[in-house]
Write a protein that binds this ligand. Sequence first.
Ligand code: ADP
Ligand code: MG
Length: 241
Amino acid sequence: MTIIEAHNIRKSYGSLEVLHDVDLLVEEGEILGLIGPSGSGKSTLLRLLDLIEPANAGELSVFGIDTVTDRGTWLDLRRRMGMLFQRPVVFNASVYDNVAMGMRYRGAPRDEIERKVKEALEAVGLSRYIKSRALDLSGGEQQRVALSRVLVTDPEILFLDEPTANLDPTSTATIEEIVTRLNREAGTTVLISTHDLAQGQRLAHRVGVMIEGTIAQTGPSREIFREPKSQRIARFVGVQN
Ligand code: ADP
Ligand code: MG
């Protein structure tokens, strides 16, 4: 099943058009990597697909629901998705409260919250910090707290925007492991943007290369390395290789 279907998506900020006619299909259960140089539009595209902000034009269906004609669906659809940003978002509260936050907001029962928060913190290797103040942790640990907060909500689609840029190797490896396991065991669909080609190859079943506001090529990463469709793509995948 196609879980995200985007056609001719355009996005402008003021007079600057940053996405031009983006087409993208994401299949349920896949890990799709979005790679591309800085400024190519990866974060913007993720914010549109995740329904954080609207496109200026184009068609976008998520879970088979047309999001453009019916903005009333956004809140419900958003609850089925989770997003992790490049900079960890943590609040001035305990690690436990930081992770429990999303579940409380959804009105989950207290014992269920406690069970799931403990499970999630165990999965990211942070059980021993459950009572610590989240802001006292390192950047990598804070990102793992933020990931736990997303995990406890059981998202059907997980969006990761350069989640490990600036992280230490341990946190990077932990996050990659969890994403892989979540995809394999729960069948979660994952969209991850990264400027790290090696990470794209490690994690993604398929990658889309963004160049100057469009998706210039999609396919298995091996194919993109072997047969880049344009000079720009060749240069991008070549430079970092
Ligand atoms: P990437 O994530 O690939 O580095 P972005 O999506 O962050 O690229 O940015 C794409 C382009 O859009 C850049 O030129 C950036 O400056 C511009 N841009 C992104 N967000 C905004 C915004 N909120 N207001 C104005 N310009 C923006
Ligand atoms: Mg970005």
